[in-house]
Design a protein around this ligand. Structure first.
Ligand SMILES: [Zn+2]
Length: 167
């Protein structure tokens, strides 16, 4: 782990904005952005439900966007910002994309593959070093997710009440 910079907070705010777009579409709010030489080259938000695509995590979509824009499937000097600690699939994609730095916000205790459920980047079979920085704007990043789930629970309660009233 290395230290976060003021620049990191700025880009994490951009990733949070993308997370908001996911929430507006009823998707778990996670946002990601790929940055190269101080410029945004890729952006994505979580969209597996609307896209009927189990791989449509924010990180994967941002990597696809960046690779297409740059015209190269490898992005060796880029930094990927994501609001939530990546899962195993996304860490794999980050390594395949040769991202050199990963900055994430909130920890994901159940499936996080950097420091929580497992430590994928430390596994010896990996052929690429990624520097990871966690906890950037972590309060805001976890708040968007907890707010999303509490709204969803309230909606489920409301629907149940509505349905029981019909009996
Ligand atoms: Zn993922």
């Amino acid at each position: 782990m290395s230290e976060a910079t003021p620049e990191d907070k700025r880009w994490m705010n951009r990733a949070l904005q993308l997370a908001g777009e996911a929430a507006a579409k009823g998707e778990v709010p996670v946002g990601a952005v790929v940055v190269l030489d101080g410029k945004e080259i890729g952006a994505g938000f979580n969209a597996p439900i609307s896209g009927c695509d189990p791989t449509a995590h924010a990180e994967i979509r941002a990597l696809r966007d960046a690779a297409a824009r740059v015209g190269n499937y490898r992005l060796p000097d880029a930094t990927l910002y994501v609001t939530l600690e990546p899962c195993t699939m996304c860490v794999g994609a980050i390594v395949h994309g040769r991202i050199s730095r990963l900055v994430y916000g909130a920890r994901e205790p159940k499936a996080g593959a950097i420091e929580s459920a497992r430590r994928t980047l430390e596994e010896p079979h990996l052929n690429w070093d990624v520097t990871a920085v966690g906890g950037v704007l972590s309060d805001q990043c976890s708040q968007v997710i907890s707010e999303f789930f509490s709204r969803r629970r309230a909606e489920i309660r409301r629907l149940r009440k509505q349905n029981s009233g019909k009996e």
